[in-house]
Design a protein around this ligand. Structure first.
Ligand code: ZN
Length: 234
């Protein structure tokens, strides 16, 4: 197995696009993986091709490193989860304190499928946008969850996968700043124009920070992070 290839969990959102740029700046071979699980914000999957092409235009080295794109259908995940991400219900909080956008075990399933694909593709590094700082309380975004999963995957597949989560300890303003550092204004512009964050899947209205309903928790985080990033850059 080659030691230097990476597979990026790439949904087409702000976080995963920043992670993809991070990986392209680091690894000589980078492949991408998207999941379709019946999410309401499925529109984010449509932007993936535009984002990959845009990243290739930003830096010729990145273009040379960017390899195959994969999409996996995980209908079963949608079938077992009653959440506001997969049903037409209002986004809010449940009695447990978790937002009702929580899809139980989503990242565990994603990373397990990613590892299975990486095994077959001979890729050692798995990169995901999980983050504890802005994580809305999703327990499968915790650093400890990811570290435990790395151990489980390596035991269960007899490999030495390395799970990377470059956004784990930074907030949304710092995520914008990281994009700026990696690809300058062209990368920030690409993320604003073509990445999708809105949980409701709306792309009607263009704000300074991109498209979205502007009021769901995902839009709110992205908008607040963007204005803090702009204020600090000024
Ligand atoms: Zn929204």
């Amino acid at each position: 197995m080659s030691d230097d290839g990476a597979l990026v969990l790439f949904s087409g959102g702000q976080d995963s696009t920043t992670c993809l740029a991070w990986a392209l700046a680091r690894f000589p071979r980078v492949e991408t993986l998207g999941f379709d699980y019946g999410q309401r914000h499925r529109v984010e999957l449509d932007g993936r091709g535009r984002l990959r092409a845009g990243l290739g235009r930003i830096d010729p080295d990145w273009a040379g490193r960017l390899g195959e794109d994969h999409t996996l259908s995980l209908d079963a995940l949608g079938a077992v989860s009653e959440t506001a991400l997969t049903r037409e219900t209002e986004i809010g909080f449940e009695a447990s304190g978790l937002p009702n956008t929580f899809v139980p075990g989503r990242n565990l399933v994603f990373l397990t499928f990613a590892a299975a694909l990486a095994y077959r593709r001979g890729l050692r590094h798995l990169v995901g946008g999980m983050c504890e700082t802005d994580f809305s309380g999703y327990p499968d975004c915790r650093d400890d969850t990811i570290k435990a999963l790395q151990v489980a995957l390596n035991l269960g597949m007899d490999r030495r996968f390395v799970l990377h989560t470059p956004l784990m300890w930074i907030d949304k303003a710092e995520t914008w700043r990281l994009a700026d550092r990696l690809g300058g204004q062209p990368l920030v512009d690409l993320i604003v124009e073509d990445s999708h964050t809105c949980y409701r899947g709306e792309r009607g209205q263009r704000h300074a920070w991109g498209y979205g309903c502007g009021t769901c928790p995902a839009c709110d985080l992205r908008a607040k992070g963007y204005s803090r990033y702009r204020a600090e850059a000024a």
